[in-house]
Write a protein that binds this ligand. Structure first.
Ligand code: MCA
Ligand code: AMP
Length: 449
Protein backbone atom coordinates (compact mmCIF):
# COMPACT_ATOMS: atom_id res chain seq x y z
CA UNK A 1 0.00 0.00 0.00
CA UNK A 2 1.73 3.25 -1.08
CA UNK A 3 1.80 6.01 1.50
CA UNK A 4 -0.53 9.00 1.09
CA UNK A 5 2.29 11.54 0.71
CA UNK A 6 4.30 9.06 -1.29
CA UNK A 7 6.84 11.42 -2.84
CA UNK A 8 7.75 12.93 0.51
CA UNK A 9 9.45 9.73 1.59
CA UNK A 10 11.97 9.86 -1.23
CA UNK A 11 14.34 12.19 0.60
CA UNK A 12 17.38 12.13 -1.67
CA UNK A 13 16.70 15.54 -3.25
CA UNK A 14 18.21 18.49 -1.38
CA UNK A 15 16.46 21.28 -3.36
CA UNK A 16 13.41 22.99 -1.85
CA UNK A 17 10.27 20.87 -2.20
CA UNK A 18 8.02 23.58 -0.77
CA UNK A 19 8.67 27.28 -0.64
CA UNK A 20 6.78 30.41 0.39
CA UNK A 21 7.97 34.01 0.02
CA UNK A 22 9.93 33.72 3.29
CA UNK A 23 11.42 30.22 3.42
CA UNK A 24 11.75 26.80 1.84
CA UNK A 25 12.12 23.18 2.93
CA UNK A 26 13.63 20.23 1.08
CA UNK A 27 11.85 16.85 1.16
CA UNK A 28 14.20 15.70 3.87
CA UNK A 29 13.66 18.82 5.98
CA UNK A 30 9.88 18.75 5.60
CA UNK A 31 9.67 15.06 6.47
CA UNK A 32 11.92 15.51 9.52
CA UNK A 33 10.09 18.60 10.83
CA UNK A 34 6.67 17.06 10.25
CA UNK A 35 7.68 13.73 11.83
CA UNK A 36 8.93 15.59 14.92
CA UNK A 37 5.62 17.43 15.22
CA UNK A 38 3.71 14.20 14.52
CA UNK A 39 5.35 12.62 17.58
CA UNK A 40 3.76 15.35 19.70
CA UNK A 41 0.30 14.56 18.29
CA UNK A 42 0.27 10.94 19.47
CA UNK A 43 -2.95 10.14 21.29
CA UNK A 44 -4.88 13.00 19.69
CA UNK A 45 -7.83 12.22 17.42
CA UNK A 46 -8.39 15.61 15.78
CA UNK A 47 -6.20 18.71 15.57
CA UNK A 48 -6.95 22.15 14.16
CA UNK A 49 -4.41 23.98 11.99
CA UNK A 50 -4.23 27.78 11.83
CA UNK A 51 -3.99 27.69 8.05
CA UNK A 52 -1.83 30.69 7.17
CA UNK A 53 -0.63 30.68 3.56
CA UNK A 54 2.89 29.33 4.06
CA UNK A 55 5.33 26.58 4.92
CA UNK A 56 4.22 26.27 8.58
CA UNK A 57 0.79 25.12 7.43
CA UNK A 58 2.39 22.55 5.12
CA UNK A 59 4.42 21.22 8.06
CA UNK A 60 1.39 21.10 10.38
CA UNK A 61 -0.92 19.35 7.90
CA UNK A 62 1.85 16.90 6.95
CA UNK A 63 2.46 16.14 10.63
CA UNK A 64 -1.21 15.34 11.22
CA UNK A 65 -1.34 13.12 8.13
CA UNK A 66 1.83 11.27 9.16
CA UNK A 67 0.44 10.79 12.67
CA UNK A 68 -2.92 9.58 11.36
CA UNK A 69 -4.70 12.39 13.21
CA UNK A 70 -7.61 14.21 11.55
CA UNK A 71 -6.60 17.73 10.51
CA UNK A 72 -9.05 20.63 10.52
CA UNK A 73 -7.66 23.69 8.72
CA UNK A 74 -9.08 26.94 10.12
CA UNK A 75 -9.11 30.13 8.01
CA UNK A 76 -6.54 32.41 9.64
CA UNK A 77 -8.93 35.36 9.44
CA UNK A 78 -11.95 33.43 10.75
CA UNK A 79 -13.84 35.73 13.08
CA UNK A 80 -14.69 34.75 16.63
CA UNK A 81 -18.03 33.08 15.77
CA UNK A 82 -16.70 30.94 12.92
CA UNK A 83 -13.55 29.93 14.79
CA UNK A 84 -15.46 28.96 17.94
CA UNK A 85 -17.91 26.91 15.86
CA UNK A 86 -15.16 25.00 14.01
CA UNK A 87 -13.22 24.26 17.21
CA UNK A 88 -16.31 23.16 19.13
CA UNK A 89 -17.92 21.16 16.33
CA UNK A 90 -14.74 19.34 15.29
CA UNK A 91 -13.68 18.58 18.87
CA UNK A 92 -10.11 19.52 17.92
CA UNK A 93 -7.90 18.87 20.93
CA UNK A 94 -4.99 21.05 19.81
CA UNK A 95 -4.47 24.06 17.57
CA UNK A 96 -1.26 23.83 15.55
CA UNK A 97 -0.29 27.45 15.02
CA UNK A 98 2.57 29.87 14.81
CA UNK A 99 0.32 32.60 16.22
CA UNK A 100 -0.78 32.68 19.87
CA UNK A 101 -4.04 34.40 18.83
CA UNK A 102 -5.21 31.34 16.88
CA UNK A 103 -7.43 30.09 19.74
CA UNK A 104 -7.81 26.68 21.40
CA UNK A 105 -4.94 24.82 23.07
CA UNK A 106 -1.96 25.92 21.02
CA UNK A 107 0.87 23.62 19.98
CA UNK A 108 3.41 25.94 18.34
CA UNK A 109 4.52 25.04 14.82
CA UNK A 110 8.19 25.85 14.71
CA UNK A 111 10.64 24.76 12.07
CA UNK A 112 13.51 24.18 14.49
CA UNK A 113 12.46 20.87 16.05
CA UNK A 114 15.13 18.16 15.61
CA UNK A 115 14.02 15.66 12.95
CA UNK A 116 11.76 12.86 14.25
CA UNK A 117 11.16 9.24 13.22
CA UNK A 118 8.45 8.74 10.62
CA UNK A 119 5.45 6.95 12.15
CA UNK A 120 3.54 4.06 10.56
CA UNK A 121 0.60 5.44 8.51
CA UNK A 122 -2.99 4.31 9.13
CA UNK A 123 -4.99 2.43 6.48
CA UNK A 124 -6.60 4.15 3.49
CA UNK A 125 -10.08 4.19 5.02
CA UNK A 126 -8.98 6.44 7.90
CA UNK A 127 -10.29 10.01 7.86
CA UNK A 128 -7.56 12.48 6.92
CA UNK A 129 -9.13 15.94 6.75
CA UNK A 130 -12.25 17.64 8.03
CA UNK A 131 -12.95 20.69 5.86
CA UNK A 132 -15.61 23.16 6.98
CA UNK A 133 -17.87 24.36 4.22
CA UNK A 134 -21.11 26.30 4.01
CA UNK A 135 -24.56 24.88 3.46
CA UNK A 136 -27.60 26.96 2.55
CA UNK A 137 -28.53 27.46 6.21
CA UNK A 138 -26.80 27.43 9.57
CA UNK A 139 -23.10 27.31 10.39
CA UNK A 140 -20.58 25.44 8.15
CA UNK A 141 -20.47 21.64 8.28
CA UNK A 142 -17.39 19.43 8.58
CA UNK A 143 -16.76 17.40 5.42
CA UNK A 144 -14.86 14.22 6.30
CA UNK A 145 -12.40 13.13 3.62
CA UNK A 146 -10.61 9.79 3.81
CA UNK A 147 -7.01 9.16 2.82
CA UNK A 148 -8.32 6.89 0.07
CA UNK A 149 -10.46 9.67 -1.43
CA UNK A 150 -7.55 12.12 -1.41
CA UNK A 151 -5.22 9.58 -2.99
CA UNK A 152 -7.78 8.62 -5.65
CA UNK A 153 -8.34 12.23 -6.66
CA UNK A 154 -4.68 13.18 -6.79
CA UNK A 155 -3.84 10.07 -8.83
CA UNK A 156 -6.68 10.88 -11.23
CA UNK A 157 -5.42 14.46 -11.64
CA UNK A 158 -1.83 13.29 -12.12
CA UNK A 159 -3.12 11.25 -15.05
CA UNK A 160 -5.42 13.91 -16.50
CA UNK A 161 -2.93 16.77 -16.20
CA UNK A 162 0.20 14.64 -16.86
CA UNK A 163 1.40 15.99 -13.55
CA UNK A 164 4.80 14.56 -12.61
CA UNK A 165 7.75 15.04 -10.26
CA UNK A 166 9.28 17.17 -13.01
CA UNK A 167 6.67 19.91 -12.49
CA UNK A 168 6.87 23.04 -10.38
CA UNK A 169 3.44 24.10 -9.15
CA UNK A 170 2.91 27.79 -8.40
CA UNK A 171 -0.13 29.19 -6.60
CA UNK A 172 -1.12 31.56 -3.83
CA UNK A 173 -4.49 30.12 -2.85
CA UNK A 174 -5.76 29.77 0.71
CA UNK A 175 -4.69 26.57 2.47
CA UNK A 176 -8.02 25.74 4.14
CA UNK A 177 -9.98 24.51 1.11
CA UNK A 178 -9.68 21.69 -1.40
CA UNK A 179 -8.22 23.84 -4.17
CA UNK A 180 -5.22 25.28 -2.31
CA UNK A 181 -4.72 22.49 0.24
CA UNK A 182 -5.63 19.16 -1.35
CA UNK A 183 -4.62 19.92 -4.93
CA UNK A 184 -2.16 22.67 -4.13
CA UNK A 185 -0.22 21.07 -1.25
CA UNK A 186 -1.02 17.36 -0.96
CA UNK A 187 -0.72 17.07 -4.76
CA UNK A 188 2.96 18.02 -4.79
CA UNK A 189 3.66 15.90 -1.69
CA UNK A 190 2.10 12.82 -3.30
CA UNK A 191 3.36 13.38 -6.83
CA UNK A 192 6.75 14.88 -6.03
CA UNK A 193 6.49 18.14 -7.95
CA UNK A 194 7.88 21.24 -6.30
CA UNK A 195 5.47 23.75 -4.77
CA UNK A 196 6.05 27.49 -4.65
CA UNK A 197 3.32 29.25 -2.67
CA UNK A 198 3.25 32.94 -3.49
CA UNK A 199 1.49 34.02 -0.27
CA UNK A 200 -1.27 35.74 -2.24
CA UNK A 201 -2.50 34.90 -5.73
CA UNK A 202 -1.61 38.27 -7.28
CA UNK A 203 -0.65 38.81 -10.95
CA UNK A 204 2.72 40.24 -9.89
CA UNK A 205 3.55 37.25 -7.71
CA UNK A 206 2.55 34.72 -10.39
CA UNK A 207 4.55 36.57 -13.04
CA UNK A 208 7.63 36.69 -10.82
CA UNK A 209 7.56 32.97 -9.98
CA UNK A 210 8.78 30.53 -12.62
CA UNK A 211 6.83 27.27 -12.77
CA UNK A 212 5.27 24.70 -15.06
CA UNK A 213 1.75 24.63 -13.57
CA UNK A 214 -0.27 27.52 -12.13
CA UNK A 215 -3.54 27.14 -10.20
CA UNK A 216 -6.14 29.88 -9.85
CA UNK A 217 -9.81 30.61 -9.28
CA UNK A 218 -11.46 32.64 -12.07
CA UNK A 219 -10.98 35.91 -10.14
CA UNK A 220 -7.24 35.27 -10.12
CA UNK A 221 -7.21 34.62 -13.88
CA UNK A 222 -9.33 37.65 -14.64
CA UNK A 223 -6.96 39.86 -12.60
CA UNK A 224 -4.00 38.35 -14.45
CA UNK A 225 -5.65 39.16 -17.80
CA UNK A 226 -6.15 42.72 -16.60
CA UNK A 227 -2.34 42.92 -16.20
CA UNK A 228 -1.18 41.92 -19.69
CA UNK A 229 2.54 42.30 -18.95
CA UNK A 230 2.22 39.83 -16.05
CA UNK A 231 0.02 37.49 -18.07
CA UNK A 232 2.67 37.30 -20.81
CA UNK A 233 5.20 36.08 -18.22
CA UNK A 234 3.19 32.85 -18.02
CA UNK A 235 3.79 31.95 -21.68
CA UNK A 236 6.36 29.30 -20.82
CA UNK A 237 4.08 27.44 -18.38
CA UNK A 238 2.95 23.94 -19.27
CA UNK A 239 -0.54 24.22 -17.73
CA UNK A 240 -2.77 27.02 -16.43
CA UNK A 241 -5.58 25.47 -14.40
CA UNK A 242 -8.84 27.19 -13.44
CA UNK A 243 -11.49 25.95 -11.05
CA UNK A 244 -13.75 26.54 -8.01
CA UNK A 245 -16.16 28.75 -9.98
CA UNK A 246 -17.23 29.32 -13.59
CA UNK A 247 -14.47 30.80 -15.77
CA UNK A 248 -16.09 33.52 -17.92
CA UNK A 249 -15.56 32.89 -21.63
CA UNK A 250 -13.92 36.34 -22.17
CA UNK A 251 -11.33 35.47 -19.51
CA UNK A 252 -10.68 32.11 -21.21
CA UNK A 253 -10.18 33.94 -24.52
CA UNK A 254 -7.96 36.68 -23.04
CA UNK A 255 -5.81 34.14 -21.25
CA UNK A 256 -5.32 32.19 -24.47
CA UNK A 257 -4.42 35.38 -26.37
CA UNK A 258 -1.99 36.66 -23.74
CA UNK A 259 -0.26 33.43 -22.70
CA UNK A 260 -0.50 31.46 -25.92
CA UNK A 261 -2.44 28.68 -24.27
CA UNK A 262 -6.02 28.03 -23.25
CA UNK A 263 -6.58 27.23 -19.57
CA UNK A 264 -7.49 23.75 -18.37
CA UNK A 265 -10.82 23.94 -16.53
CA UNK A 266 -11.91 21.49 -13.90
CA UNK A 267 -14.95 21.14 -11.68
CA UNK A 268 -15.32 19.86 -8.14
CA UNK A 269 -16.70 20.29 -4.66
CA UNK A 270 -15.38 19.94 -1.14
CA UNK A 271 -17.64 16.89 -0.78
CA UNK A 272 -16.54 15.17 -4.00
CA UNK A 273 -13.07 16.56 -4.71
CA UNK A 274 -12.34 17.20 -8.39
CA UNK A 275 -14.60 15.04 -10.51
CA UNK A 276 -14.61 16.54 -14.02
CA UNK A 277 -11.71 18.07 -15.95
CA UNK A 278 -10.21 18.95 -19.27
CA UNK A 279 -7.13 16.86 -20.09
CA UNK A 280 -3.65 18.32 -20.54
CA UNK A 281 -3.35 16.41 -23.83
CA UNK A 282 -6.91 17.12 -24.97
CA UNK A 283 -9.20 19.80 -26.28
CA UNK A 284 -9.97 22.90 -24.14
CA UNK A 285 -13.39 24.36 -24.75
CA UNK A 286 -14.53 27.71 -23.30
CA UNK A 287 -17.50 27.43 -20.95
CA UNK A 288 -16.94 23.68 -20.48
CA UNK A 289 -15.24 21.68 -17.74
CA UNK A 290 -14.48 18.51 -19.72
CA UNK A 291 -14.97 14.84 -18.88
CA UNK A 292 -15.19 12.82 -15.65
CA UNK A 293 -11.74 12.02 -14.25
CA UNK A 294 -10.70 8.33 -14.06
CA UNK A 295 -12.70 6.50 -11.37
CA UNK A 296 -15.62 8.98 -11.40
CA UNK A 297 -19.02 8.62 -13.08
CA UNK A 298 -21.58 11.36 -13.60
CA UNK A 299 -25.25 11.53 -14.57
CA UNK A 300 -28.06 14.06 -14.78
CA UNK A 301 -31.39 13.62 -13.05
CA UNK A 302 -34.64 15.59 -13.56
CA UNK A 303 -33.38 16.43 -17.03
CA UNK A 304 -35.30 18.89 -19.18
CA UNK A 305 -34.05 20.28 -22.50
CA UNK A 306 -30.65 18.66 -21.96
CA UNK A 307 -30.10 20.34 -18.59
CA UNK A 308 -30.43 18.55 -15.25
CA UNK A 309 -29.16 18.11 -11.70
CA UNK A 310 -25.64 16.73 -11.71
CA UNK A 311 -24.87 13.65 -9.65
CA UNK A 312 -21.44 12.06 -9.24
CA UNK A 313 -20.10 8.82 -7.81
CA UNK A 314 -16.68 7.29 -7.37
CA UNK A 315 -13.67 6.84 -5.15
CA UNK A 316 -13.10 10.56 -4.57
CA UNK A 317 -16.28 11.21 -2.58
CA UNK A 318 -16.35 12.22 1.09
CA UNK A 319 -17.38 9.85 3.91
CA UNK A 320 -20.13 12.16 5.19
CA UNK A 321 -20.60 15.26 7.30
CA UNK A 322 -19.25 15.18 10.84
CA UNK A 323 -21.95 14.24 13.40
CA UNK A 324 -24.28 13.08 10.64
CA UNK A 325 -24.92 9.52 9.45
CA UNK A 326 -22.45 8.32 6.78
CA UNK A 327 -23.52 8.58 3.17
CA UNK A 328 -25.60 5.59 2.06
CA UNK A 329 -26.28 6.44 -1.58
CA UNK A 330 -23.33 6.00 -3.93
CA UNK A 331 -24.61 8.85 -6.07
CA UNK A 332 -24.09 12.31 -4.62
CA UNK A 333 -26.31 15.17 -5.74
CA UNK A 334 -23.98 18.11 -6.24
CA UNK A 335 -26.58 20.91 -6.22
CA UNK A 336 -25.20 22.07 -9.57
CA UNK A 337 -27.26 22.23 -12.73
CA UNK A 338 -25.35 20.97 -15.77
CA UNK A 339 -25.54 19.66 -19.30
CA UNK A 340 -23.61 16.70 -20.71
CA UNK A 341 -23.10 16.79 -24.46
CA UNK A 342 -23.25 13.77 -26.78
CA UNK A 343 -19.43 13.68 -26.62
CA UNK A 344 -19.55 13.54 -22.80
CA UNK A 345 -18.39 17.12 -22.29
CA UNK A 346 -19.83 18.79 -19.19
CA UNK A 347 -21.03 22.36 -18.88
CA UNK A 348 -21.95 23.75 -15.47
CA UNK A 349 -25.03 25.90 -15.97
CA UNK A 350 -25.49 27.17 -12.41
CA UNK A 351 -26.45 26.21 -8.89
CA UNK A 352 -29.88 24.88 -7.97
CA UNK A 353 -30.10 26.99 -4.79
CA UNK A 354 -29.88 30.76 -4.59
CA UNK A 355 -28.63 30.32 -1.02
CA UNK A 356 -25.14 29.12 -1.95
CA UNK A 357 -23.02 32.00 -3.22
CA UNK A 358 -19.64 31.70 -4.98
CA UNK A 359 -17.58 34.83 -4.45
CA UNK A 360 -13.95 34.92 -5.54
CA UNK A 361 -14.12 31.10 -5.61
CA UNK A 362 -15.27 30.90 -1.99
CA UNK A 363 -18.55 29.13 -1.25
CA UNK A 364 -20.61 31.15 1.21
CA UNK A 365 -24.00 30.13 2.62
CA UNK A 366 -26.56 32.92 2.71
CA UNK A 367 -27.91 31.57 6.01
CA UNK A 368 -24.60 31.90 7.84
CA UNK A 369 -24.28 35.57 6.80
CA UNK A 370 -27.93 36.28 7.64
CA UNK A 371 -27.48 34.71 11.10
CA UNK A 372 -24.42 36.92 11.70
CA UNK A 373 -26.30 40.05 10.61
CA UNK A 374 -29.20 39.19 12.92
CA UNK A 375 -26.82 39.23 15.90
CA UNK A 376 -26.51 43.01 15.45
CA UNK A 377 -28.91 44.69 17.87
CA UNK A 378 -30.24 47.11 15.22
CA UNK A 379 -31.05 44.40 12.65
CA UNK A 380 -34.62 43.11 12.53
CA UNK A 381 -34.62 41.12 9.29
CA UNK A 382 -31.90 40.14 6.84
CA UNK A 383 -31.76 38.40 3.47
CA UNK A 384 -28.50 37.68 1.66
CA UNK A 385 -28.06 36.89 -2.03
CA UNK A 386 -25.24 36.68 -4.56
CA UNK A 387 -25.35 39.37 -7.23
CA UNK A 388 -23.18 39.47 -10.38
CA UNK A 389 -19.77 41.05 -9.90
CA UNK A 390 -17.19 41.55 -12.67
CA UNK A 391 -14.20 40.58 -10.50
CA UNK A 392 -15.60 38.13 -7.92
CA UNK A 393 -18.19 36.35 -10.08
CA UNK A 394 -20.79 37.01 -7.43
CA UNK A 395 -20.68 39.45 -4.55
CA UNK A 396 -22.45 39.05 -1.25
CA UNK A 397 -25.34 41.48 -1.16
CA UNK A 398 -27.47 41.96 1.96
CA UNK A 399 -30.97 43.39 2.23
CA UNK A 400 -31.56 44.48 5.79
CA UNK A 401 -34.48 45.88 7.74
CA UNK A 402 -32.87 47.75 10.62
CA UNK A 403 -33.12 50.64 13.03
CA UNK A 404 -30.65 53.44 12.45
CA UNK A 405 -27.40 51.78 11.38
CA UNK A 406 -24.99 52.30 8.46
CA UNK A 407 -24.25 49.59 5.90
CA UNK A 408 -20.50 49.84 6.55
CA UNK A 409 -21.04 49.08 10.21
CA UNK A 410 -22.91 45.90 9.32
CA UNK A 411 -20.18 44.86 6.88
CA UNK A 412 -17.54 45.31 9.58
CA UNK A 413 -19.78 43.52 12.11
CA UNK A 414 -19.94 40.39 9.91
CA UNK A 415 -16.22 40.55 9.03
CA UNK A 416 -15.35 40.45 12.75
CA UNK A 417 -17.44 37.35 13.35
CA UNK A 418 -16.89 35.34 10.14
CA UNK A 419 -13.98 35.17 7.67
CA UNK A 420 -13.45 38.46 5.79
CA UNK A 421 -14.60 37.00 2.46
CA UNK A 422 -18.05 36.30 3.97
CA UNK A 423 -18.76 39.97 4.66
CA UNK A 424 -21.46 41.63 2.54
CA UNK A 425 -19.87 43.97 0.01
CA UNK A 426 -23.16 45.80 -0.46
CA UNK A 427 -25.83 46.42 2.17
CA UNK A 428 -29.25 47.74 1.11
CA UNK A 429 -31.25 49.13 4.00
CA UNK A 430 -34.91 48.52 3.12
CA UNK A 431 -38.28 49.10 4.75
CA UNK A 432 -39.36 45.49 4.20
CA UNK A 433 -38.30 42.28 2.45
CA UNK A 434 -40.33 40.89 -0.46
CA UNK A 435 -42.15 37.77 0.77
CA UNK A 436 -44.45 35.20 -0.82
CA UNK A 437 -47.84 34.16 0.55
CA UNK A 438 -46.11 31.68 2.89
CA UNK A 439 -44.00 34.51 4.35
CA UNK A 440 -40.78 33.21 2.73
CA UNK A 441 -38.37 35.85 1.39
CA UNK A 442 -38.45 35.94 -2.43
CA UNK A 443 -34.71 35.79 -3.07
CA UNK A 444 -35.17 35.70 -6.84
CA UNK A 445 -36.82 39.14 -6.60
CA UNK A 446 -33.84 40.45 -4.62
CA UNK A 447 -31.41 39.07 -7.20
CA UNK A 448 -33.43 40.81 -9.87
CA UNK A 449 -34.10 37.52 -11.68
C1 MCA B 1 -11.56 44.75 3.33
N1 MCA B 1 -10.97 43.80 4.07
C2 MCA B 1 -11.71 43.67 5.15
C3 MCA B 1 -12.77 44.60 5.09
N2 MCA B 1 -12.65 45.23 3.94
N3 MCA B 1 -11.58 42.91 6.20
C4 MCA B 1 -12.46 43.02 7.16
N4 MCA B 1 -13.51 43.86 7.15
C5 MCA B 1 -13.70 44.66 6.14
N5 MCA B 1 -14.74 45.49 6.16
C6 MCA B 1 -9.73 43.11 3.69
C7 MCA B 1 -9.58 41.63 3.84
O1 MCA B 1 -9.26 41.25 5.16
C8 MCA B 1 -8.40 41.35 2.92
O2 MCA B 1 -7.22 41.76 3.53
C9 MCA B 1 -8.69 42.28 1.80
O3 MCA B 1 -9.59 43.25 2.29
C10 MCA B 1 -9.33 41.68 0.60
O4 MCA B 1 -9.79 40.38 0.84
P1 MCA B 1 -11.05 39.75 0.15
O5 MCA B 1 -12.22 40.54 0.45
O6 MCA B 1 -11.16 38.32 0.55
O7 MCA B 1 -10.90 39.83 -1.42
P2 MCA B 1 -9.73 39.78 -2.39
O8 MCA B 1 -8.42 40.14 -1.93
O9 MCA B 1 -10.21 40.62 -3.48
O10 MCA B 1 -9.60 38.24 -2.78
C11 MCA B 1 -9.79 37.73 -4.03
C12 MCA B 1 -9.16 36.35 -4.08
C13 MCA B 1 -9.77 35.52 -2.96
C14 MCA B 1 -7.66 36.47 -3.89
C15 MCA B 1 -9.45 35.76 -5.42
O11 MCA B 1 -11.16 35.59 -3.10
C16 MCA B 1 -9.29 34.08 -2.93
O12 MCA B 1 -8.20 33.79 -2.46
N6 MCA B 1 -10.13 33.14 -3.41
C17 MCA B 1 -9.81 31.74 -3.45
C18 MCA B 1 -10.92 30.93 -2.91
C19 MCA B 1 -10.65 29.43 -2.96
O13 MCA B 1 -9.51 29.01 -2.85
N7 MCA B 1 -11.68 28.62 -3.15
C20 MCA B 1 -11.54 27.22 -3.28
C21 MCA B 1 -12.66 26.52 -2.61
P3 MCA B 1 -5.84 41.01 3.35
O14 MCA B 1 -5.60 40.98 1.86
O15 MCA B 1 -4.86 41.85 4.06
O16 MCA B 1 -6.02 39.65 3.92
S1 MCA B 1 -12.49 24.72 -2.92
C22 MCA B 1 -13.54 24.51 -4.23
O17 MCA B 1 -14.20 25.40 -4.65
C23 MCA B 1 -13.64 23.24 -5.03
C24 MCA B 1 -13.19 21.98 -4.43
C25 MCA B 1 -12.92 23.49 -6.30
O18 MCA B 1 -13.51 23.24 -7.35
O19 MCA B 1 -11.79 23.97 -6.20
P1 AMP C 1 -16.76 24.24 -2.73
O1 AMP C 1 -17.57 23.47 -1.88
O2 AMP C 1 -16.18 25.47 -2.21
O3 AMP C 1 -15.84 23.23 -3.07
O4 AMP C 1 -17.56 24.69 -4.00
C1 AMP C 1 -18.08 23.77 -4.91
C2 AMP C 1 -18.88 24.47 -5.95
O5 AMP C 1 -18.05 25.32 -6.73
C3 AMP C 1 -19.51 23.53 -6.94
O6 AMP C 1 -20.68 22.95 -6.43
C4 AMP C 1 -19.76 24.48 -8.11
O7 AMP C 1 -20.94 25.23 -7.92
C5 AMP C 1 -18.58 25.43 -8.05
N1 AMP C 1 -17.53 25.09 -9.02
C6 AMP C 1 -16.35 24.47 -8.81
N2 AMP C 1 -15.63 24.38 -9.94
C7 AMP C 1 -16.37 24.95 -10.92
C8 AMP C 1 -16.19 25.18 -12.32
N3 AMP C 1 -15.07 24.82 -12.95
N4 AMP C 1 -17.19 25.79 -13.00
C9 AMP C 1 -18.31 26.16 -12.38
N5 AMP C 1 -18.54 25.99 -11.07
C10 AMP C 1 -17.59 25.39 -10.33
Amino acid sequence: MPRLLDALHDSADSADLVRDPRQGLSRHELLGRAAALAAELRGAETVAVHATPGVETVVAITAALLAGVKAVPVPPDAGELERAHILRDSGAELMLADDPRAGGTILPVTLDRPPGDVPEEPGPEAAALVLYTSGTTGPPKGVVLSRAALAADLDALADVWQWTAGDTLVHGLPLFHVHGLVLGVLGPLRIGSRLVHTGKPTPLAYAATPGTMYFGVPTVWSRICASPAEARELRSARLLVSGSAPLPVPVFDDLRALTGQAPVERYGMTETLITVSTRADGERRPGHVGLPVPGVETRLIDEADGVGHLQVRGATLFDGYLHQPPRVDDWYTTGDVASIGPDGWHRIVGRASTDLIKTGGYRVGAGEVEDALLLHPAVREAAVVGTPHPDLGEQITAYVVADSVQGEELTAFVAERLAAHKRPRVVHLVAELPRNAMGKVRKAALKGT
